[in-house]
Design a protein around this ligand. Structure first.
Ligand code: OXD
Ligand code: MN
Length: 596
């Protein structure tokens, strides 16, 4: 052991897991650069990682084709009663799930090293930070965790002798027999993958996958599923939200927290470069916000992560120049294509496709090949501190005060570019009914419409009906200090499939309108679905947008909205009696306004 852990519970847990999983060795991660370099060198030597000549200290990994995204079907919330997990989660009784998984864990690390990764979600020393310890047999996970969280000896020191931590057990589920040769991306078959959360005990057990949120347990498992359950018990919020600071030409700072489903442009918005003169933006986080009411009664947010695990395809100097700059060095790339000159490439990178590349499955690829060169859920893992747009306050221990919440999704029709909630309860209704066409971030059908309340459908660690109630209660406590709530849709298309709105940096035009609303500087039209800007209220200066586009983007199609009602009713019906009455009232209110 490189250092001595004082925490008795931690020492005992590591011993217990080692006895169960039979690793060849146990390694306590110190979080140093030397450790990272050594693990990478070992993975390069083993053929699991490819160093990239064109990006300093950056490496390409190719996953097994069966292990490319989060597996929601294999993700479990195990609560003492099934009703406490609710209809949006897969539930298995605690005992049964533990029995199944203990069988899988038995001897699962044979031939491998068990790594102990003490990590902090949130800056060490922040009153809002929380400590976890991940045990894994994947060196790829160790290196990713070193970028995505704060790891190592300093965390164990902060933990002290008796402090609580969240134990996160991970195994790729691929033991090696003596003499058996390893593969570049070992993992277990789909039917043996389990991503399990025991929320009563704040416990995470993950088996069989090495990819992203299935394996980097600080992210979705801890910072969202377990933390959301903790947050409800303790009166705070753990949300699937980016955090952005927008600075007006007058120098007023607005903090925006925005929730969109996976692969709907959260990272792009988080690193927004405003297209309108005089406005500046700084990034604080791109995926998760932990928020608490501060002494002044306002809601303060921190980004619990330390890196970005961004979707690569579609990221370009046009869509997100800041992300492109962020992943120039010290970056882990997964499932991108490899170019002949030792760089990576992906679809939508904004540069011509190379004449020849090696695709994410390791095969020769050239333009016109039947399959994409990069997997649609290919990712970059890069340190947040490397982002040129990162705010100097991104690690502020007390967080930043939130002025604006935004919800949204990917809808080619019906939902206007922007709507402001009529009040907090209506805002909760907008969050609770958020809908989006599915993307490649989750294994499953792409492009199918689904309700994704608060973009938390895959991430809420308890009954979503109780989560809605928690939002109402937070609003009651915040009173007139509550952030204003808006709903956006950057993804509207014409009947011919053309985008109606340019998106990206031009989204700042919509954000600026929200800030003006917060200041009471601009009027809005009241419609049955909320407040909308008039066609001349958005600053469209310098934008070559046909007037019919803006007309369509801000049009409320009453008939189309009426047609949404049955789907919302069905969505709410899933929650039965547990659905808060205040949401039922909101639905009746909407129906009346649409009929009125
Ligand atoms: C993510 C996701 O990786 O939401 O952030 O899938
Ligand atoms: Mn996410």
């Amino acid at each position: 052991m490189a250092y001595e852990a004082k925490n008795r519970k931690l020492r005992e847990w590591v011993e217990e897991v080692a006895t169960l999983c039979h690793p060849d060795e146990v390694h306590w991660c110190d979080g140093s650069k030397a450790e990272y370099d050594l693990l990478m060198a070992q993975m390069v030597a083993a053929g699991a990682a490819i160093p990239l000549e064109k990006r300093r200290n950056s490496f390409l990994f190719r996953s097994d084709p069966s292990d490319v995204a989060r597996v929601e079907d294999r993700t479990y919330i195990s609560t003492p009663n099934e009703e406490d997990a609710g209809p949006t989660n897969n539930w298995v009784a605690e005992d049964e799930l533990k029995r199944t998984m203990l069988n899988l864990y038995e001897g699962c690390m044979r031939g491998r090293t068990l790594y102990v990764i003490p990590f902090s979600m949130g800056p060490l020393g922040s009153p809002m930070a929380k400590i976890g310890v991940e045990i894994t047999d994947s060196p790829y996970v160790v290196c990713n965790m070193q970028i995505m969280t704060r790891i190592g000896e300093k965390v164990v020191e902060a933990l002290g002798e008796d402090d609580e931590f969240v134990p996160c057990l991970h195994s790729i589920g691929a033991p090696l027999e003596p003499g058996e040769e390893d593969v570049p991306w070992p993992c277990a078959p789909m039917e043996k993958k389990y991503i399990s959360h025991f929320t009563r005990e704040n416990l995470i057990w993950s088996f069989g996958s090495g990819y992203g949120g299935n394996a980097l347990l600080g992210k979705k498992c801890f910072a969202l599923r377990i933390a959301s359950a903790m947050a409800r018990r303790e009166g705070w919020m753990a949300e699937h939200m980016l955090i952005l600071r927008l600075i007006s030409p007058k120098g007023r700072r607005y903090h925006i927290a925005a929730a969109f489903p996976s692969a709907c442009g959260k990272t792009n918005l988080a690193m927004l470069q405003p297209a309108i003169p005089g406005w500046k933006a700084e990034c604080i986080g791109d995926d998760i916000a932990w928020m608490k009411i501060g002494p002044d009664g306002r809601l303060y947010a921190i980004n619990p992560e330390a890196g970005f695990f961004g979707v690569a395809p579609g990221t370009s100097y046009q869509s997100n120049p800041m992300a492109m700059e962020t992943c120039k060095e010290n970056t882990i790339l997964t499932n991108c294509a490899l170019t002949d000159d030792g760089d990576i490439w992906w679809e939508g990178m904004g540069v011509p496709a190379p004449a020849h590349a090696i695709d994410w499955k390791g095969r020769d690829w050239s333009p016109g090949s039947a399959e994409p060169a990069a997997h649609p859920n290919a990712r970059f893992t890069a340190p947040a501190a490397q982002c040129p747009a990162i705010s100097s306050d991104w690690e502020k221990p007390d967080g930043v005060p939130i002025d604006i919440f935004i919800f949204g999704g990917r809808r080619s029709g019906v939902v206007p570019l922007v709507t402001e909630a009529l009040d907090w309860d209506h805002g909760v209704f907008l969050g609770a009914t958020a809908s989006s066409e599915t993307t490649a971030a989750n294994i499953g059908e792409v492009g199918k419409l689904r309700r994704d309340p608060f973009a938390m459908q895959p991430f809420c660690g308890y009954n979503m009906a109780d989560y809605f109630q928690h939002w109402f209660e937070m609003g009651d406590r915040l009173g007139d200090k509550a952030p204003r709530i808006f709903y956006v849709n950057w993804f509207r298309k014409t009947a011919e499939g053309e985008w109606l709105w340019p998106g990206y940096g031009d989204n700042s035009r919509v954000l600026a309108w929200m800030c003006e609303r917060v200041e009471g500087e601009v009027e809005a039209g009241e419609t049955p679905i909320g407040y909308l800007p008039g066609e001349s209220d958005l600053d469209l200066g310098g934008l070559d947008l046909p007037p019919e586009n803006i007309h369509e983007l801000l049009r409320v199609d009453i008939e189309a909205w009426r047609a949404e009602l049955p789907d919302i009713e069905q969505h709410f019906a899933r929650f039965g009696e547990r659905l808060p009455a205040r949401l039922r009232d909101q639905l009746s209110g909407l129906r009346e306004r649409l009929e009125g």
